[in-house]
Design a binder for this molecule. Structure first.
Ligand SMILES: [Zn+2]
Ligand SMILES: [Zn+2]
Length: 803
C-alpha cells in the first residue's frame, strides 16, 4: 500500500473491487461516466464591473454557458429555472442579475428562499465574501435576534430566509415589510426540487400569497429557481410559482471522469455464522414518516438470521455491506464518504469499518469516523477539517446537505440504499472527484423493490430522468388554510381566486359556510381574532408522543397516521436500538405509554383497509383494462396484532385490539381487469388475491421512481372483486388528506410504472417473494397472500394492454 496521494486513483479502486470474486458478483453494472469539458460564455455586459472583478479575482474567468443564459433571462425580466447538475455553479447564475441590480438601484430588494437554514447561512457567507459595500445581505429566520429584525426589514437589500419564515414571519406582517416588498425585484428559490408532496403544495400557496401582497405594493418580482435535474423542471417550477418559467438545462460545467457501480448485496440463504449489523430498526421512513415500519414485519431479526417473513430469504444488510466496502477502500488509502439514511446507521457503519480496520492496524481504524446531525458545531468543523486535510480517510454521514459545502474532492462515495431521489443520488456521487482524477461512486441496494429495480436497470439511473418533482397545488386541504392566511393578510377578491387556481372558488365558498371567512362587497374577510394556525410541514394531526410510564421521560413521537399500527397496546416498539413494550395508547391525549423490555418476539399489526370510490375524474378505458384517477375514501382499522418469534418468525399468537376506524379522503390511481385478461395471463381465480396483492406492493415500491415520493407516503388496496368496480382491482392512493400529486403522476405514467414494477419482480432471484420484490414492511395483512409469479404474469398482461 502506498500513500493516499499515489494510490488515490479510482482505476485502482475499481480494479481492486473487481478482484474480489464475491464482490464482483454483487456488481450488477459499471457505468463509465465520461469526462465533459466545460463551456464558457463571456460575462454579460450588464454585470456590475466591480462584482465581475471580485469573481475574476476569485478565479472565475468567465461564467459557464448555463449560468450566463439564466442570468441574461432574469436580467431581461423573464422568470427562469436553472436545472443542471450538482456543483454546476447554479448560484453564480442567480447572483449575477440579483447583485448587479442591488448595486445599480439602491431601492431594489431581493429575497432568497432555501429549504434549510444551513443553506441560507452558506449563501450569506458566499455573498459577504464578495465584499460589496453596496449590498447589505442578511438572514432572517428563527435565529435572528429581535433587535436585528428591524434592521433587516429597513435596510437589507438581500434577505435570505426559508418558506416557513416567509409564511409565519414576513407575510402576516407585510405592512412592516412594505418598503422591502415595494422594492422586491427578484425572488430566488434554491433547491426547489425539495418542495414536494403536501409541503410543496403549501409552499406553492405561500409563493402565491407573496405575489399577491407584492402586487398590492406595486411590485412584480422575477423568479429565479435552482433545481436538480428532474423530468420536466419547467412544469414543476411553473406549478410552484404560478408564472411561466423559462428552462435552462444545458449544463456547461465540466465534469471529471467517474466509474459508477450498481451493487446488490447477496442473498443469505442460511443463518450466517456471525451477526450482521442490522440497521433496520434505525432507518427513518421518509417524509411521510409512517412509523409503522418501526414495528412492521421483517424489521426485527431480519439481517441477523437467514430467514425472513414467511420463510423468505434475506439479503446481507446494506449497512454491513457498505461498512465492508468502506473498510476495504480506506485500507487502500482511498478517501471515501458513505451516505446512509439514519443517524444510527452512520454510527454502525463507522464502528464496523473501524473494527475491521483494527485487524490491519490501530492507526488505520482511527482514520474513520461518523458525521451526522446532532453533533456539536465544533465537532463537525473538526471532522470537516480532518477530512479536508486527508487525516480522516473514511466518513459515514447522513446526508450530503448536512456536510459543509467545501467537502468535496474525495476519491469515492458509497450510497447505502437509494436515497429517495436521483437528484440526491447524483448530489452524493458529486462529492467525489478531485483535480480531474477518475472517481468512484457505488450505489448499494437495500432490501426494497425500487433499489432492486435500479441496480438491474442502469438506464433508469443513467438515462434521461423520469422522476418529476410532484405536488398538487389544488389540494383543498392545503388551499383552505392557505386561503385563510391570505384573507387574514389582505381581504381576498374575485381576481385573487384566479391566482390560487381552479379549486379556490369552491374552497372559499366552503370557508364562508363554515364561518371562517365573511363575504363583503369588497371581498372575503377573515373573521377570527387570531391568525390562522397552519404548519406548512405538518402531516395531518398532532403526532403521538411516546412516554416512559415509570419516569415520564419523552422518548419520541410517531405520526398520527401511523400510531395505531406502531404503538397499539402490546406493540413492541424499537427506539434508538432499545426495545419497549406499549402499556397503553391514549388517543384523545395523543400519548403512548411504554416500558423498556426486550421480549423474544416482535409484533405485527393487522389492519383492515377498505376503499370506496367517490368519483373518477380521469380514465382510460381499454377492452380488458381500465385505468382511473379519482377521489376515494379509505377506511382503515387496526384490528389486532400477531406476536412472532424474532429468531424464526414463528407466529406465537394473535391478539385482538379495539381501536376506532380512521377515514382518509384522498386521491387514488386504480386499474381494473376483466376475467378474460386474467385467464389469458394464466392467473387462476384461486391465485388472483395473491397476484394483485403482490402487484400492489411492488407498484407502491416503484412509484417513487416517477414521482418524488417515498413508499411511506402512499398506500394500496387490492382485491379480486371490488364492490364499486365489479372487477379485479388494484388501488394506489396518496397517504395525505386531499392527495399530494403522487397518484396523478402514477396515472399519467401508468404504462412505464407498471412495466418497471413487472421488471423489478422479474429481476429478483428469490423463489417466491422477499422484501426486495413483493413483500412490504408495512403490510397490514402479514404479507399474505402473495403470489410472485402470478403477479408478474398479471403485470405483463396489463402493461401489454395499456401500451
Ligand atoms: Zn424477491
Ligand atoms: Zn399487503
Amino acid at each position: 500500500m502506498g500513500s493516499p496521494a499515489d494510490i488515490g486513483g479510482a482505476d485502482t479502486v475499481l480494479a481492486g473491487l473487481r478482484r474480489d470474486a464475491r464482490r464482483a458478483q454483487c456488481m450488477t453494472h459499471v457505468e463509465p461516466v465520461a469526462a465533459r469539458p466545460g463551456r464558457r460564455a463571456p460575462w454579460p455586459e450588464w454585470v456590475d464591473p466591480v462584482l465581475r472583478g471580485r469573481w475574476v479575482a476569485a478565479g472565475i474567468d468567465a461564467p459557464w454557458t448555463h449560468q450566463a443564459a439564466a442570468a441574461d433571462a432574469a436580467h431581461a425580466g423573464r422568470s427562469v429555472v436553472l436545472a443542471t447538475g450538482t456543483a454546476s455553479g447554479k448560484s453564480l447564475g442567480y447572483l449575477m442579475p440579483v447583485l448587479s441590480r442591488l448595486l445599480a438601484q439602491p431601492g431594489a430588494r431581493a429575497l432568497y428562499l432555501s429549504p434549510t437554514k444551513a443553506l441560507a447561512h452558506d449563501q450569506l457567507r458566499a455573498v459577504r465574501a464578495l465584499r460589496l459595500t453596496g449590498v447589505r445581505a442578511a438572514t432572517y429566520d428563527g435565529d435572528t435576534p429581535a433587535a436585528e429584525r428591524d434592521w433587516v426589514r429597513a435596510h437589507a437589500g438581500l434577505v435570505l430566509t426559508n418558506p416557513d419564515m416567509l409564511h409565519r414571519g414576513i407575510l402576516p406582517q407585510h405592512r412592516r415589510w412594505a418598503q422591502f416588498l415595494r422594492g422586491l425585484r427578484f425572488v430566488v428559490i434554491d433547491e426547489c426540487h425539495g418542495y414536494r408532496g403536501v409541503f410543496g403544495a403549501h409552499v406553492a400557496a405561500v409563493i402565491r400569497r407573496l405575489r399577491r401582497v407584492c402586487a398590492r405594493y406595486g411590485s412584480q418580482p422575477v423568479f429565479l429557481l435552482a433545481s436538480a435535474t428532474t423530468a420536466d423542471p419547467g412544469l414543476s417550477a411553473g406549478r410552484l410559482t404560478g408564472v411561466d418559467v423559462e428552462v435552462i438545462d444545458d449544463d456547461g460545467a465540466p465534469r471529471g471522469p467517474m466509474d459508477f457501480v450498481l451493487y446488490e448485496p447477496p442473498l443469505l440463504w442460511r443463518r450466517p455464522a456471525e451477526r450482521e449489523g442490522s440497521d433496520a430498526s434505525g432507518e427513518p421512513r421518509g417524509a411521510g414518516g409512517n412509523g409503522a415500519g418501526e414495528n412492521g414485519a421483517g424489521e426485527n431479526g431480519v439481517g441477523e438470521y437467514g430467514v425472513g417473513e414467511n420463510g423468505a430469504p434475506v439479503r446481507r444488510s446494506v449497512t454491513a455491506e457498505s461498512a465492508d466496502l468502506l473498510a476495504d477502500l480506506v485500507a487502500d488509502g482511498v478517501r471515501t464518504l458513505v451516505f446512509v439514511r439514519s443517524r444510527r446507521s452512520a454510527e454502525v457503519v463507522a464502528v464496523t469499518a473501524r473494527r475491521e480496520l483494527g485487524h490491519i492496524g490501530a492507526d488505520l481504524a482511527e482514520r474513520v469516523a461518523a458525521y451526522r446531525a446532532g453533533y456539536l458545531p465544533e465537532e463537525r468543523r473538526e471532522l470537516e477539517r480532518r477530512l479536508r486535510a486527508g487525516d480522516l480517510l473514511g466518513v459515514a454521514t447522513t446526508s450530503a446537505l448536512e456536510l459543509g459545502v467545501d467537502i468535496s474532492g474525495l476519491d469515492a462515495t458509497v450510497t447505502a440504499g437509494f436515497p429517495g431521489t436521483l437528484a440526491s443520488l447524483w448530489q452524493q456521487a458529486g462529492r467525489a472527484g478531485r483535480d480531474g482524477q477518475r472517481s468512484l461512486a457505488v450505489l448499494v441496494a437495500r432490501d426494497d423493490p425500487l433499489d432492486t429495480y435500479l441496480v438491474h436497470h442502469p438506464e433508469a439511473v443513467f438515462g434521461r430522468s423520469v422522476e418529476a418533482c410532484v405536488f398538487d397545488p389544488d389540494n383543498p386541504y392545503v388551499l383552505a388554510p392557505q386561503l385563510e392566511c391570505a384573507a387574514a393578510e389582505l381581504p381576498l377578491t374575485e381576481a385573487d381566486l384566479g391566482l390560487f387556481g381552479p379549486a379556490a372558488a369552491r374552497v372559499v365558498d366552503d370557508l364562508v359556510r363554515r364561518g371562517r371567512l365573511r363575504r363583503r362587497p369588497t371581498g372575503w374577510f377573515w373573521t377570527q381574532r387570531g391568525r390562522p394556525e397552519v404548519d406548512i410541514r405538518g402531516a395531518g394531526g398532532p403526532p403521538v408522543r411516546i412516554v416512559e410510564t415509570a419516569t415520564g421521560r419523552l422518548l419520541g413521537t410517531v405520526d398520527a397516521a401511523a400510531a395505531h399500527s406502531a404503538v397499539h397496546p402490546g406493540a413492541v416498539y424499537l427506539h434508538q436500538g432499545s426495545s419497549f413494550v406499549v402499556d397503553d395508547l391514549d388517543l384523545p391525549e395523543a400519548v403512548a405509554f411504554v416500558h423498556e423490555e426486550s421480549p423474544e418476539w416482535t409484533t405485527v399489526a393487522r389492519e383492515h383497509t377498505d376503499i370506496r370510490i367517490v368519483e373518477s375524474t380521469r380514465s382510460r378505458v381499454l377492452p380488458d383494462v381500465e385505468v382511473h384517477l379519482g377521489v376515494v375514501e379509505v377506511t382503515s382499522q387496526v384490528v389486532g396484532y400477531q406476536r412472532r418469534l424474532v429468531a424464526t418468525g414463528e407466529v406465537l399468537g394473535q391478539e385482538p385490539l379495539d381501536l376506532p376506524p380512521r377515514q382518509l379522503r384522498t386521491r387514488a390511481v386504480w386499474y381494473t381487469v376483466t376475467d378474460a385478461l386474467l385467464a389469458g395471463a394464466d392467473v387462476e381465480s384461486a391465485d388472483v388475491p395473491g397476484a394483485v396483492h403482490a402487484a400492489e406492493h411492488a407498484a407502491i415500491g416503484l412509484l417513487p421512481l416517477f414521482a418524488t415520493c417515498d413508499r411511506w407516503d402512499i398506500g394500496g388496496v387490492s382485491t379480486a372483486l371490488h364492490a364499486d368496480t365489479g372487477r379485479t382491482s388494484v388501488f394506489v392512493y396518496d397517504g395525505h388528506a386531499g392527495g399530494a400529486g403522487f397518484a396523478e403522476r402514477g396515472f399519467l405514467r401508468i404504462g412505464d410504472w407498471l412495466a418497471a414494477t413487472r421488471d423489478a419482480i422479474g429481476a429478483c432471484e428469490c423463489p417466491a417473494g422477499c422484501p426486495s420484490c413483493v413483500q412490504s414492511p408495512k403490510c397490514g395483512n402479514g404479507n399474505e397472500p402473495l403470489d410472485k409469479a402470478a403477479a408478474w404474469r398479471l403485470l405483463a398482461a396489463v402493461t401489454a394492454a395499456v401500451g
